[in-house]
Design a protein around this ligand. Structure first.
Ligand code: GSH
Length: 213
């Protein structure tokens, strides 16, 4: 069968997450870099979001679904546990990050810098100030979560960690975000350690704004 094709962009945190899965498992894959809302995305995702996957006659959208498929269908280290307890903890952290942290850190905070709705295009200071308490609260939750083992689930790297790391990378690229991360000592050490992984370096996005909306 042809190798899996991921369609999206490394500048999208969700696309990078599924590329990280391929890299960690040693999957021979292709990344087809596309702009936001490209026709190739709409061919698979009903709303044209990235990433999407094509593998033989299978097409998939939603990063977690793609990750679950790649993890089960290919050899290499298991990134999504099957035992009930770690499996549930993984779902918990993936849901928390995708529904709460992504909204706060990427869609609200970061976008107030890179796509502000201000008249002159300058950073949206009101939105930044308003979202910072929530951002700091979420950073504190994550800091506590990784304190004991340096992982979100158990003592090994799982998809829960891969799902968070691209977001922490973007958090560190902004002034208040970098400050919040540096002040969260466990989370900062966790990020520094995992960011040194070859998979993370190989999926580093080119400089430029992230794509998220
Ligand atoms: N729940 C989706 C989220 C995907 C998503 O929001 N992707 C962003 C890029 S990081 C996107 O394509 N945004 C374009 C849009 O919303 O139109 C997933 O996990 O794959």
């Amino acid at each position: 069968m042809a190798k899996p094709e991921i369609i999206g962009s490394l500048r999208s945190t969700y696309t990078r997450v599924v590329c990280l899965v391929c890299e960690e498992k040693g999957i021979d894959y292709t990344l087809s870099e596309t702009p936001l809302r490209a026709a190739e995305l709409f061919a698979i995702h009903p709303f044209g979001k990235m990433p999407v996957l094509r593998h033989g006659d299978l097409t998939l959208f939603e990063s977690k679904a793609i990750a679950t498929y790649l993890d089960g269908a290919f050899p290499g280290p298991r990134l999504i546990p099957t035992e009930p307890r770690p499996a549930a903890l993984l779902e918990q952290w993936v849901s928390f990050v995708n529904t709460a942290v992504d909204r706060t850190v990427i869609r609200t905070y970061l976008y107030a810098y890179i796509a502000p709705k201000t008249a002159d295009g300058s950073p949206d200071r009101a939105t930044i100030a308003a979202v910072l308490p929530e951002l700091r609260q979420q950073v504190a939750v994550l800091d506590k979560a990784v304190a004991a083992t340096g992982h979100l689930v158990g003592t090994e790297l799982t998809f829960a960690d891969l799902n968070l790391l691209p977001l922490l990378h973007r958090l560190g690229q902004t002034p208040e975000g970098a400050e919040a991360l540096a002040g969260a000592t466990h989370l900062a050490a966790y990020y520094a350690r995992h960011a040194a992984r070859p998979s993370f370096r190989r999926t580093m996005p080119l400089p430029g704004p992230p794509v998220s909306r």
